[in-house]
Design a binder for this molecule. Structure first.
Ligand code: BG6
Length: 451
């Protein structure tokens, strides 16, 4: 059976500035939160050079074109544009993204620009980062520069990549900068991220920008570990906490009520100023970007300390298909997730802004990477996209994470995601088997499905 896709469906792949660019001090770039983080004692790697995409973008775009990419999602490093987070613009930084966008357009690859993928200018982090409400306005000032500059050339915009990861990683688990473990701060940061997003969307509309603007979330489908009532309640709370806490303000301009009440009672946070909810409500997105990697299975945690994310615990499924890093491969989750969002909030356009899997790739003696595991992962998820489309869920594009091998925030250069391999000693690039398969698939625009 042939699974065919709409002619105008955008197939592509994605990266993020800190993970690929390198050139950490080049052309007047300011320091970022991650530059500082990776230069703390005992860090095994950093993004100082990474793939050196900053200097090799032409070669990379040529390879993207060779594998038939119709679109490419990248993020702009705020500190290249504003080395101090605000104030004076660094023209050379802007020039780099100019070159990148023009090169993409010359190769018929639609640029999809994310304004913020976690690399906060250090100067702003020192002012308190997202915890400081003033940073919201700094973000709007930065967005305005990019909207003005790329008007007409960039048609696909995302404001922020995965607010949930900023909140969880940076302010609850203390694993990402600024390494905090404080629920009151975390909830406030989430609210400020929502405000920053909403104000940027408002500006985009006021400026009558051509194209579409949205946000990139990473909602997770959550399954209860058993049919026991306590596990079902745990799964519901986990979905509210990981997923709906971020979806509701974007699609409905509100926070999930029960959780909001609980958070404000327990942590006295988030503090919502008069007018804030109207700002969130007024910012209608053109689409929702969804990054999907895996599902979570959770059980009730009998040893909970009472914290909001502590009443459930992750459980490993007996017959689950896990990678060496413990990420479960569960393609059906993509369909389940989008169906749930559409059921809860009504019809909306989606882009799958990231989907992919990290593996230790093996290089054969002939230099080839025969990454059948990645190829199969992508193929299975594309089949789920078809299932969504058949069911009236309007997905307009799909981005493999990642276009090219890059720095994994948590696992450095060992864990590979790319369709294109990078030899991190020589910085040589080569197309993997998954990249060639994806290129053929895009050219055909159908999948032969006999399972
Ligand atoms: C996504 C991020 O959540 O996960 C990417 O948007 C990231 O930037 C990806 O690379 C995989 O996670 P990690 O920790 O392996 O880089």
């Amino acid at each position: 059976m042939k699974l065919e896709f709409p002619k105008d469906f955008l197939w592509g792949s994605a990266t993020a500035s800190y993970q690929v660019e390198g050139a950490v001090n080049q052309d007047g770039k300011g320091m970022t939160s991650w530059d500082k983080y990776y230069h703390m004692p005992n860090r095994k790697y950093n993004g100082d050079v990474s793939t050196d995409h900053y200097n090799r973008y032409k070669e990379d775009i040529k390879l993207l074109s060779e594998i038939n990419q119709k679109t490419y999602r990248f993020s702009v490093s705020w500190a290249r544009i504003f080395p101090n987070g605000s104030g004076e613009i660094n023209e050379k930084g802007l020039q780099f993204y100019d070159n990148l966008v023009d090169e993409l357009l010359a190769n018929n690859i639609e640029p999809n620009l994310t304004l913020y993928h976690w690399d906060m200018p250090l100067a702003l982090m020192y002012k308190g980062g997202w915890l400081n409400r003033e940073v919201v306005d700094n973000f709007v000032e930065y967005s305005k520069v990019l909207f003005t500059h790329f008007r007409g050339r960039v048609k696909l915009w995302s404001t922020i990549n995965e607010p949930a990861s900023e909140v969880m990683g940076g302010y609850i688990q203390g694993a990402h900068p600024p390494l905090r473990k404080n629920y009151t701060e975390a909830l406030q940061v989430a609210h400020h991220l929502n405000l920053a997003h909403a104000k940027a969307v408002k500006l985009f509309n006021e400026m009558n920008m051509e194209g579409e603007i949205g946000i990139v979330l990473n909602p997770i489908p959550i399954h209860p570990a058993s049919n026991k009532e306590e596990d079902i309640i745990a799964a519901k709370r986990a979905y509210d906490f990981y997923s709906d806490w971020y979806i509701a303000p974007i699609l409905a301009g509100k926070y999930p009520e029960i959780m909001l009440e609980e958070c404000q009672k327990k942590y006295n946070s988030p503090k919502i100023e008069p007018g804030d909810m109207e700002i969130l409500k007024g910012a209608k997105v053109d689409y929702l970007g969804v990054n999907y990697y895996m599902r979570r299975v959770v059980a009730n945690n009998p040893d909970s300390t009472g914290n909001i994310d502590d009443c459930f615990k992750n459980v490993r499924v007996k017959d689950g298909n896990y990678t060496e890093w413990g990420w479960e491969i569960y393609p059906e989750g993509l369909y389940e997730l989008l169906s749930r969002i559409q059921k809860d909030y009504g019809k909306i356009d989606f882009y799958i802004t990231e989907n992919g899997m990290g593996f230790y790739d093996k290089v054969e003696s002939n230099g080839q990477v025969v990454d059948d595991d990645r190829l199969d992962y992508i193929r299975q998820h594309i089949i789920q996209i078809h299932r969504c489309l058949e069911d009236g869920i309007n997905i307009k594009g799909y981005y493999v994470w990642s276009a090219i091998d890059l720095l994994s925030w948590t696992n450095g250069f060992e864990k590979r995601y790319g369709l294109i391999r990078v030899d991190f000693d020589t910085l040589e690039r080569s197309i993997k088997k998954s990249g060639r398969w994806y290129a053929d698939f895009i050219a055909n625009n159908y999948i032969e499905y006999n399972e």
